[in-house]
Design a protein around this ligand. Structure first.
Ligand code: CCH
Length: 287
């Protein structure tokens, strides 16, 4: 017989689509959170798992899911992301063969597509690492700073100015929470739909400092219901950044194309894929 031989489950593309569909169903079902969706916070989880990457040392990035452990989960930048990780626990329980690190990225892909964003290709193969692989604090951007800081942080990951601006369009989604970052409010009037509204509003509104006791942030003069962070404003005050803000504000199709490419790059930073790993294109459930 085959005593001693353990059969390893090798998931197919269909198996990954099942995980996608499970996350999409939970997004649909749990609509009593924030602005009606866990989508934005799932995107932020995938971004913070990936955005720790350092190209010089090859450390950080989405391969590892080390935010599960207190040293990294407790970083100020990760405040509130426990709600995204908890949202995914029942999915992990149902499909235990998927690593947390693949699951968090797959959930980010699913959230973007289900919120009417572009198709984002996905490659599996991330492995969970232990607590020793936690990254040091300070690798994610600090919203109170400006253009130099943005370049320091994103060049460290291997991005250029165009890619920094394209990635920032994710702030069409979600909101700031005083209980998490200290900042307050959404960037757009449609925080659960992927659009190029972030760029349009950056250019069309008059942004003034909000008068309050919280950290320095801007509000739109007209309705005072939208916000921008100091780092968001750096994209229009810096000439090299602003040329891309202008392009994406005018052309949503171009933004979708560039956003898809740069998000794939972000989500794959530092992941040692096998040569044979194929790209998976998930079918959205809402079309
Ligand atoms: Fe962001 N982001 N982000 N962000 N972010 C916040 C929320 C979201 C910065 C700061 C903040 C990206 C880039 C930056 C999302 C995606 C991306 C918050 C509020 C702060 C502060 C957190 C809170 O209070 O809950 C800074 C600085 C940068 C610098 O570039 C990039 C890149 C992405 C993804 C590609 C999303 C989505 C949210 C909304 C989360 C939610 O819970 O609604």
């Amino acid at each position: 017989g085959s005593a001693g031989v353990t059969k390893v489950f090798t998931p197919t593309q269909e198996d990954y689509q099942k995980v996608y569909n499970e996350i999409a169903a939970r997004l649909e079902e749990k609509d009593d959170y924030d602005d009606g969706s866990y989508g934005p916070v799932l995107v932020r989880l995938a971004w913070h798992a990936s955005g720790t990457y350092d190209k010089e040392t090859g450390t950080g990035g989405s391969n590892g899911a080390t935010m599960r452990f207190a040293p990294e989960g407790g970083h100020g930048a990760n405040a509130g992301l426990v709600s995204a990780r908890d949202f995914l626990e029942p999915v992990k329980a149902k499909y235990p063969w998927i690593s947390y690190s693949d699951l968090w990225i797959l959930a980010g892909v699913c959230a973007i597509q289900e919120m009417q964003g572009p198709i984002i290709s996905f490659r599996p193969g991330r492995a969970d690492k232990d607590i020793a692989a936690c990254t040091p604090d300070g690798r994610l951007p600090d919203a109170s700073q400006g253009n130099k800081h943005l370049r320091d942080i994103f060049y460290r990951m291997g991005f250029n100015d165009q890619e920094i601006v394209a990635l920032s369009g994710a702030h069409a989604l979600g909101r700031c929470h005083t209980t998490r970052s200290g900042f307050e409010g959404p960037w757009t009037f449609s925080p659960t739909v992927v659009t190029n509204e972030y760029y349009k509003l950056l250019l069309s509104e008059t942004w003034q400092w909000k008068k309050w006791n919280g950290p320095k942030q801007l509000e739109d003069k007209k309705t005072k219901s939208l916000m921008m962070l100091p780092t968001d404003m750096a994209l229009v005050s810096d000439k090299s950044f602003k040329q891309y803000v202008d392009k994406y504000a005018k052309d949503e199709e171009l933004f979708f194309k560039d956003f898809s490419a740069v998000v794939t790059k972000l989500f794959e930073l530092g992941v040692p894929f096998a040569e044979t790993t194929e790209k998976i294109i998930f079918k959205p459930t809402n079309v």
